[in-house]
Design a binder for this molecule. Structure first.
Ligand code: F6P
Length: 545
């Protein structure tokens, strides 16, 4: 039987935080900063090459000490340690959760159920390295002897979002002589647009799917095979143009991919935690095995920091606790992630799966209902574009939206003053949101009276600032691990299983049933509601063929 998680709301720290939140609502960041000139210094921590300034949050020393006490009362350290030891903490799926083993250095060992998982990880990394090198050097040829110029990853969810995000983030390190594309959507447009200008003889498909049964991926993979065979009629050519990344060798073989060209991983790697496993094969081909290794080192440095640093200086723990603070005590519903780096344009989308598939849960590990609101909605866009779009609501809207700003001291593309202007905007936004502009200040600047309320900024809008040297493979690894472990911290406090995703199942099953109906088969199972039945009828009437 699964032991009941700690009752969060019964904890003394919870009760204290409830009453403390009333005090904090009366405080302003203006006052907190003017009362304590060393606030920013005290509330800045460093780990794995990243700096987190959390001073512009609606917290005092008392808030922090109560949050840290709550983490201790929820036995956060034991849970972290259990994960690192490979215990079966994903209880609903009876699995260990060992993405941290994916980035342990060669030579270290972690034995789970009698198997040294680190050794297995490095065997796969070595095979990936040889394959990636062959593609990069041009010695892996297509069936007609042509060099592979195009690499297309077909996958969805964790088998797509991580690879796309990492490719975009590390594009400046990538092999510019090759085209990298990503097909995920079942919408045929995705495949057609990704392949329309490519020569099948020069194209390699990586079919990435943990289960190798996902409807979208398998449909796209079959379409890819047909596209290839329309040019290269021999089935034999498939093995030159398709490789697989999966945990399911029998299905890979059934599809017709030589299992020598399959790169495996394990059930203890969750899809959304897999971009540094073999699912990162496209990343490795793009940036090369050495850079990929640097990315793993970045992940590992943050893992070590999370496992070994005291909570009060622990970046993921502090970020996770702040999310719980805003979500449960100050009533915020969302977190905005705003990277001031164009290369991170897909980072918010990547985080949406990581955070919301992990912590969008309504029951605890023992099946009992959660006691509090859980996973907030994550969203975002790169700065400065967002400033000319939704920042109005951040500055003057009626909602509390905590923000993570992300920026780097150095640009990968130094161009005149661009980078200073970019970063000035990041710093200005954090400052304006926190301190605003009072009516008196507005008046003093000569604004006509009728405009004063419109041009007043109440401030007190919280943000974190995450700062790194530059967006390198190492920094990216550390940044992703930072969010992975922040999610884990949040999930631990809420007592939920952050590693299952049962909530995606129902829609999948219902879609399969409706697919049959759309293709003319008579409905099976219970009747649809009248609205859905009418939509299906209308769609069939409107469809051209
Ligand atoms: O539908 C959700 C999900 O199961 C994700 O958790 C996963 O990342 C994605 O589908 C893809 O799964 P697979 O890698 O097995 O194709």
């Amino acid at each position: 039987m699964t032991p009941s998680p700690t009752s969060l709301t019964a904890l003394s720290s919870w009760q204290a935080l409830v009453s403390h939140s009333g005090e904090i609502r009366q405080r302003s960041l203006r006052d907190l900063f003017s009362e304590d000139p060393s606030r920013a210094e005290r509330m800045t921590v460093e780990g794995a090459g990243l700096i987190l300034d959390y001073s512009k949050n609606l917290v005092t020393e008392k808030t922090l000490s109560l949050l840290l006490e709550m983490a201790t009362q929820c036995r956060l350290f034991d849970r972290i340690d259990s994960m690192f030891r490979g215990e079966m903490i994903n209880r609903t799926e009876h699995r260990s959760v060992l993405h941290v083993a994916l980035r342990m250095p060669k030579g270290e060992s972690l034995v789970v159920k009698g198997v040294d998982v680190v050794r297995e990880v490095h065997e796969v990394l070595d095979r990936m390295g040889s394959f990636a090198t062959r593609v990069r050097e041009g010695s892996w040829k297509g069936a007609t002897g042509k060099t592979i110029k195009n690499v297309i990853n077909i996958g969805i969810g964790g088998s797509d979002l991580g690879p796309v995000m990492a490719y975009e983030a590390l594009r400046s390190y990538s092999d510019r002589d090759r085209v990298f594309r990503f097909v995920s959507n079942i919408d045929g447009t995705d495949f057609v647009e990704a392949t329309r200008d490519l020569d099948p003889e020069e194209t390699l498909f990586i079919i990435s799917s943990k289960t190798f049964t996902t409807l979208e991926t398998m449909t796209n993979a079959r379409t890819a095979r047909a596209w290839l065979l329309a040019r290269l009629s021999s089935e034999e050519s498939v093995r030159h143009h398709f490789v697989a990344v999966s945990t399911n060798a029998p299905e890979v073989q059934k599809f017709g991919i030589d299992t020598h060209n399959m790169f495996g991983f394990w059930d203890w790697v969750g899809g959304r935690y897999s971009m540094d496993s073999a699912i990162g094969l496209s990343t490795m081909i793009a940036i090369g095995p050495d850079r990929f290794q640097e990315m793993l080192e970045g992940f590992h440095a943050m893992d070590e920091h999370f496992h070994k640093s005291p909570f009060e200086r622990n970046l993921p723990v502090l970020m996770g606790l702040l999310v719980v603070w805003y979500t449960n005590f100050l009533g915020s519903q969302t977190i905005a992630v705003l990277p001031y780096d164009q290369y991170l344009k897909r980072f918010p989308a990547y985080l949406q799966q990581l955070t919301m598939e992990s912590n969008g849960k309504h029951v605890r590990t023992d099946g009992s209902p959660v006691e509090t609101t859980t996973g907030p909605i994550y969203w975002g866009e790169p700065g400065t574009n967002g400033q000319h779009s939704f920042y109005q609501l951040l500055h003057q809207g009626t909602r509390l939206i905590p923000i993570d700003f992300i920026g780097f001291a150095n640009s990968r593309n130094p161009l005149g003053h661009h980078h200073d202007i970019l970063m000035a905007n990041l710093f200005a936004q954090g400052e304006a949101l926190a301190f605003g502009k009072t009516a008196e200040e507005v008046r003093a600047s000569g604004v006509p009276e009728f405009q004063v309320p419109h041009r007043t900024f109440e401030g007190n809008r919280p943000s974190n600032t995450i700062l790194g040297q530059e967006l390198s493979p190492r920094t990216l690894g550390a940044l992703v691990a930072l969010y992975e472990h922040s999610v884990f911290t949040q999930g631990t406090l809420w007592g939920i299983d952050s590693f299952d995703q049962w909530g995606v199942e129902l829609g999948k099953v219902m879609a399969v049933r409706i697919i049959e109906e759309l293709s003319g088969q008579s409905p099976k199972g219970p009747p649809h509601d009248s609205g859905t039945a009418a939509l299906i009828r209308r769609y069939r009437d409107m469809r051209r063929e």
